[in-house]
Design a protein around this ligand. Structure first.
Ligand SMILES: *Cc1c(COP(=O)(O)O)cnc(C)c1O
Length: 412
């Protein structure tokens, strides 16, 4: 597609209206929404309201679930209800709290307890580092669990009756390759294991459908494609069939059935809400709440369809213009990838530094990957077109080959 056709496509894009309110610096093409979603004007306005009015004026009364005040006490549940459709879940199957790392700890511990007597937690060697750290920390703590790490394409063949838990990330953070979550969940269930999916790189960009997958537990990030803001609280999914039996090792009072009864005895809240820990982070939850409001009326299927269009366009333009200077490592079959495309180049760090200095913001993962995220609510077809032109120019002119761009970068 040439630029005019890209612009024509954007003009008819039903998701385009969300893009209009993104607050990006002038001249920036932001292709890193898979790492940190950008700020939307309505989110900034909501934060100002929460700080100056709800906190500044309302003070302690803002916690109260009254009809007049903001009712911060109910905020985690309200956010869970808005997030649930984005992962194919019901509202009471979602707890919004803590970081993905902490939620994963809770989910793995709960999953392991559902399968006592089995000694293996299975994961793959492509998993995000924090996921492995958390699994190994849990195994050290409880003592009778081996974390078995295998190549991604060997996961299915390592499923046996010793596996208590299979935990994988839906979309690989490096390559953008997508696991067949429904098939792997079925294979895990066939040997009696339970699954914990990490949806960090798919929520908000793909039509994740936990019910259709028959998933058990899942966790995910909200500051990536959901644009919830830096450090926004993560979420934990607990399938309804486990609501009566799953328990969390981190029993906070907000996960109690009646937090304000100040009961000396712990009684878990019904459903996923038992995975809430302590006092919710109202500022960041409010930002996430406002970010989710931008998605009202948008279907996850439409988001995935747009992600597919943008990633396909990018790959086509890369093939047409960069001819052999980079390798597309992301699967070319759209159903086998997420909303990102990674390109291999031996000087990836320097190339990305040069791109950022020219306003094309993606990121770099060692040793040799350039990562570009195509967040469906914030990226337009013209952005894809223009970004490839800049990449082509940076490569054609060796603009990356300067001391400034070759110096080690410390951030992202
Ligand atoms: C981004 C990401 C995380 C982030 O975890 P935090 O606790 O929020 O730092 C975890 N897992 C995966 C797969 C991710 O992509």
């Amino acid at each position: 597609m040439d630029r005019a056709r890209c612009a024509a496509w954007d003009a008819t894009d039903p998701l385009g209206r969300a893009r209009d309110a993104v607050l990006l610096p002038d001249g920036v093409i932001y292709l890193d929404g898979n790492s940190l979603g950008p700020l939307h004007a309505t989110v900034a306005a909501r934060l100002r309201q929460v700080i100056e009015v709800e906190w500044g004026q309302g003070l302690i009364t803002s916690w109260n679930p009254s009809t007049r005040g903001p009712g911060w006490v109910g905020l985690p549940a309200r956010v869970a209800a808005k997030l649930a459709p984005w992962v194919g879940a019901d509202a009471d199957e979602i707890a919004v709290a803590d970081s993905t790392s902490v939620d994963l700890f809770k989910a793995l511990a709960a999953a392991r307890q559902l399968r006592p007597g089995r000694g293996v937690l299975l994961t793959d060697d492509a998993n995000f580092p924090t996921d492995r750290y958390v699994a190994e920390g849990l195994a050290d703590l409880i003592g009778d669990l081996e974390v078995r790490v295998v190549p991604t394409d060997e996961v299915a063949s390592h499923l046996d009756d010793q596996v208590a838990v299979l935990t994988l990330t839906h979309v690989d953070y490096r390559t953008g390759a997508r696991n067949d979550a429904a098939a792997l969940t079925r294979a895990a269930h066939d040997v009696g294991a339970v699954t914990v999916w990490d949806l960090s790189h798919s929520t908000g960009a793909l039509a994740v459908d936990l019910h259709a997958w028959d998933a058990d537990l899942a966790v995910g990030c909200t500051y990536k494609y959901l644009d919830g803001g830096p450090g926004a609280p993560a979420f934990l999914y607990l399938a309804r069939r486990w609501h009566e039996v799953a328990s969390t090792p981190l029993r906070g009072w907000f996960g109690h059935d009646r937090p304000f009864a100040f009961d000396p005895t712990y009684v878990p809240a019904t459903g996923a809400a038992r995975f809430l820990g302590g006092t919710p982070p109202v500022l960041s939850l409010s930002a996430l709440d406002a970010a989710l409001d931008l998605r009202a009326g948008i279907s996850p299927l439409d988001a995935e369809a747009k992600a597919r269009t943008l990633t396909s366009l990018f790959i086509d333009l890369v093939d047409a213009t960069l001819g052999g200077q980079v390798e597309v490592v992301t699967p070319r079959e759209p159903a086998a990838r997420g909303a990102q495309v990674s390109l291999r180049h031996p000087q990836a760090a320097a190339v990305m530094s040069a791109l950022i200095s020219r306003g094309v913001i993606g990121d770099h993962r060692p040793p040799d990957l350039l990562r570009f995220g195509f967040s469906p609510l914030i990226v337009r077809a013209v952005d894809v077109h223009d970004a490839v032109e800049v990449i082509a120019d940076v490569l054609a002119t060796d603009a990356w080959d300067t001391p400034e761009h070759r110096a080690p970068r410390t951030v992202t």
